[in-house]
Structure formats: C-alpha cells, structure tokens
Design a protein around this ligand. Structure first.
Ligand code: MN
Length: 346
C-alpha cells in the first residue's frame, strides 16, 4: 500500500475496518491521512480520549477532528498535496467535505485492492484474536446444546447462544445469529423465529463471536431426539464434502479448486449445494479470499477461510457444516475444534 505513495499524493482511509486495521483503533467515524512519512488520525471528541490511551504507535499522530474540510485543506496547503486517493468503497458514501477541496480526489481500486490483499494475510496477533473468537463461540455452543429440546423456540436458542458468547467475552455477535429448525433449515440465511423445535427436527446454528474486533464463524447442524436414515445419509455427505474441501486447502492452490472438489463429491446432489465453499474472515465476516467456483487467484500462507459445504432441499431440509482454517507453511490448520460427527441431542 505504501508503494502507492509518492510526492504530492496522500491516501485518505475512511472505511472503518481499514482504519482499524492500520491504526488498531476502532471508531465508527474518522479519517486516516497518510502522506510522506506521516500518518494523521483525525477523530472526534467521542473517540479522542480512548484513542489517546490506546494508540501506542509513535508513527501515528492523533488529531482532534473539528472541521474535516478546514483540517484537510490545511494539510494539503502545508504539504503540497495535489491528489488524494480514497478507497472505492466510499464512492457512494456521503463525503461531501471532500468535494470542494483544492485537490484531485481519486476513488482508487489500487488502494482498496492493496488493503484487501494485506488484510487477507493474517499476522500472529490476528490469528490469536480470531482463534479466541472461535473458542468463545464453541464454548457457547457446547452450553447451548444443553437447552436444545422439543418445545424450545429458535429465538430462545439464539438468545441463549448470544448470551453465552457475551458472558465468555465476545464484544458482539460476528453477524446476525442464524438458528433454524425443522423445514426452516433449508433457508441458507434464514432468521430465527418463534418456531418450536419438534422431535426429529434438524437444527442448524450458524453464528460467531467477536474478539478485539476479529470475528469467528461456525455452523453445526444437529438432530433433536432422533434422525432418519435418509437425513443421516445426507448429513454424512456434507461432512464428507467438508473434509474434502479442507484437504484441498494449502498455500498456492487455486482459489476455485477446493470448492470444485467439494462440489464434485456431492455427485447428483451437487445442485443442492447452492452457495460457495467458503470465505475469508477477519475484522469483517466476509473478506478476501473468496472460495467460490469463479474465484481467481491463489491461497496464501496466513489466509483464514471458512469451509462450509451445505445441501438444501427447499421446504424440507438443510444441512451445513462450517469450520475455520488457517493456511500455514505447506499445510492447512483446522482452527475449529468443535466435533462434527453426526450428533443427535437427546
Ligand atoms: Mn460463513
């Protein structure tokens, strides 16, 4: 990203996750201005005191945000800045103050791409944070299994799961918790309702925790009281695809390949696998790299991705099993520890 810098050019980081990634400090609003050897972080009074305490990087100058237009104008004039690169994600956002600045504002895909690529490769601290977020989710799931039984609603299960994650130190859910039972499991991204779990139902839980801003993502599908032979067979097909997908993950592998291999393992059922095999996870729940059939590029050491094959039969049944995987030297490390063999909750 720094290679994008040159004389007379500044980078302005507006997207919250990118700003957090580069400074270690989260704020819903703020501006990180980078030029020459300077990094100026402008934050308003809501965040200023907390940032003063938490930002230890001596290269970052913290400045109280008062009037972004006037403040940017002053930096531009004092430092001979002629153009400012802004992430393309902000193209459609309301960044009015930028319009009248006496410089070229360029929405730069090179800047966005450079940040995406950097964030896709996790350092040791990031791996620790994601692993911790995953352990919190797994611990909460283990406890939640104790309350899953006929008569309990999807909403009650979801609330308990979220309560447990929070109790174990999660800052927030990683995304909207999915708990679906019975026929409703066929909705890959359905939302929990007051549907009461029945004996023999499958129950699908897809959720995650957040730790130091980093997210986890896990899906397990269980059966309540009993499971039919047919459902057990489908479950084991998904489990098999999960393992095949995992085996394909290593440094330098084409991104589309693990999806292809997992999909092929479904044979005639492949048409019921209606989404991609997985996605990168970090400060955002979906980030690079994307393990889809159309993905271009290769896996790299330091990538953290999900492997989440699923089969969905409209109005009948859905099963998904999702793990998180770290790509390291020559192999893939399964970060998820939660068991995934067919489980009937009695
Ligand atoms: Mn996922």
């Amino acid at each position: 990203m720094i290679s994008l810098l040159k004389n007379g050019r500044a980078l302005l980081i507006i997207t919250p996750e990118n700003r957090r990634y580069l400074t270690g400090f989260h704020s819903s609003l703020g501006y990180l201005l980078i030029f020459n050897n300077q990094q100026i972080l402008l934050l308003d009074s809501r965040y200023f005191e907390a940032a003063k305490k938490s930002i230890t990087d001596k290269n970052i100058t913290l400045v109280l945000l008062k009037n972004i237009f006037e403040q940017l104008k002053a930096y531009i004039e004092e430092n001979g800045i002629e153009e400012i690169l802004v992430e393309t994600e902000n193209r459609y956002c309301d960044i009015e103050p930028l319009n009248d600045l006496p410089v070229n504002i360029l929405f730069s895909s090179s800047l966005s791409e450079a940040l995406t690529q950097r964030r896709a490769v996790k350092n040791e601290t990031e791996v620790k944070n994601i692993t911790k977020a995953l352990r919190i989710a797994e611990k909460a799931l283990k406890e939640t299994m104790n309350i899953i039984k006929a008569g309990v609603t999807e909403n009650e299960v979801a609330a308990y799961l979220e309560y447990k994650m929070k109790s174990f130190g999660s800052e927030n859910t990683a995304f909207e918790t999915i708990v679906l039972a019975g026929k409703r499991t066929s909705l890959p991204h359905g939302v929990p309702t007051n549907y009461k779990i029945k004996s023999g139902d499958p129950i699908l839980l897809d959720f995650g925790a957040t730790y130091n801003g980093y997210k986890s993502d896990i899906t397990r599908t269980f059966f309540v009281n009993c499971v039919s032979d047919k459902n057990a067979e489908i479950y084991n097909m998904v489990l098999n695809a999960n393992k095949i997908g995992f085996k394909e993950l290593k440094n330098d592998v084409d991104l589309y390949l693990p999806d292809l291999k997992a999909r092929e393992s479904f044979l005639d059922y492949a048409r019921y696998f209606t989404h991609s095999l997985g996605h990168g996870v970090g400060l955002e729940i979906h980030e690079s790299p994307n393990l889809s059939p159309k993905a271009k590029g290769k896996l790299t050491n330091g990538n953290i991705v999900t492997v989440e094959p699923g089969l969905y039969f409209e109005g009948k049944l859905g099963i998904r099993i999702e793990d998180m995987v770290l790509i390291t030297q020559n192999k893939a490390k399964l970060l998820t520890k939660f068991p995934k063999k067919l489980t009937v909750i009695k």
